[in-house]
Write a protein that binds this ligand. Structure first.
Ligand SMILES: O=C(O)CCC(=O)C(=O)O
Ligand SMILES: [Fe+2]
Length: 299
């Protein structure tokens, strides 16, 4: 079956999204209108990609991704793949489109890569308590800071703390092998992985105006890990939320969630108490060197 030549971008997008065109175009095999096969849908998307893609088409896809859990997963996934395909050569400057693109990656990636993984008991409870104690003690003198990120938390780098070197060594020994085990095939062995940032973040429901959660976002890192430092009974609500599955992970004190940094996630607001987490943002050594301006010479 071939698409009628005159089908508009809108119609082709409908074909990609729904299989059947909803915009009035009648697609007929000899026996009548039928649901399209995958390669026919791909052809419709490819044909849009080959033309001058109007912003309105991209916004239509963004609108579907933005439905979040209110939209059907299959349709949101198609919209995400469509948006990524149509912006492959040039990322639009429009912030709404960029946000939808970031949100869509979690939907478009293969499940194996898009799944977060929980690891229980990464850091002993007593050490978690010690990190929180030292962070509060340090903050009492110097205040909490915030790493300058687009979605900032109230935080402190672990390097400020007396136990910082111990935590960093432990994370190197315990966390990096977990990343290598789960994502090593794509992102390299443990020896290739390096910390971009390692910090303690604080959410506080007992002080008015304090930060209680973090909106949906993607991290700047290749790989990310959030370790719960607080005890479970120290707070209500909270946890790391992944809308594309959807799943909320609250791994217990010392437990962690690991995921690709470009998977859309949020910290659900806490409703009581305080929630402290240790966040590890991990990059590949070679990517960091390039980002820092070194040229890599291949021998
Ligand atoms: O607190 C959490 O569960 C998530 C934290 C996070 O995503 C971040 O700091 O980038
Ligand atoms: Fe994050």
């Amino acid at each position: 079956m071939r698409l009628p030549r005159e089908s508009s971008i809108d119609q082709k997008l409908s074909i990609w999204l729904h299989g059947l065109d909803r915009a009035g175009l009648v697609l007929r095999h000899s026996h009548g209108a039928v649901a399209l096969r995958a390669h026919e849908r791909w052809a419709a998307l490819q044909s849009v990609a080959d033309s001058d893609v109007p912003t309105s088409a991209l916004l239509r896809l963004a609108g579907i991704i933005e439905l979040g859990q209110r939209g059907k997963l299959k349709l949101r996934r198609a919209a995400a793949i469509g948006l990524i395909r149509l912006t492959a050569h040039a990322m639009p400057e429009d912030e709404r489109l960029q946000a939808a693109h970031a949100r869509g990656l979690a939907l478009a990636l293969p499940r194996r890569l898009a799944m977060p993984h929980a690891v229980l008991s990464l850091i002993p409870g007593a050490l978690c308590d010690e990190v929180v104690l030292q962070a509060e003690r340090y903050a009492a003198d110097h205040g909490w800071g915030s790493l300058h990120r687009r979605y900032p938390t109230v935080d402190l780098p672990v390097s400020c703390l007396g136990c910082g070197a111990e935590i960093e060594a432990l994370m190197r020994e315990e966390a990096l092998p977990q990343f290598a085990r789960l994502f090593g095939a794509e992102y390299g062995p443990q020896s290739e992985l390096t910390f971009r940032d390692l910090f303690v973040a604080k959410y506080d429901a007992s002080t008015s105006g304090a930060q209680t959660g973090l909106d949906g976002h993607v991290d700047a890192s290749l790989l990310s890990m959030v370790v719960q430092l607080s005890r479970d009974h120290d707070f209500d609500g909270g946890g790391t939320f992944f809308e594309h599955i959807p799943v909320l992970i609250r791994p217990g004190q010392g437990g962690a969630v690991l995921f690709l940094g470009k998977i859309y996630h949020a910290a659900l607001p806490i409703t009581r108490g305080r929630r402290y987490v240790l966040v590890a943002l991990v990059d590949r050594r070679v990517d960091r060197l390039v980002a820092e301006g070194c040229s890599i010479v291949q021998k």
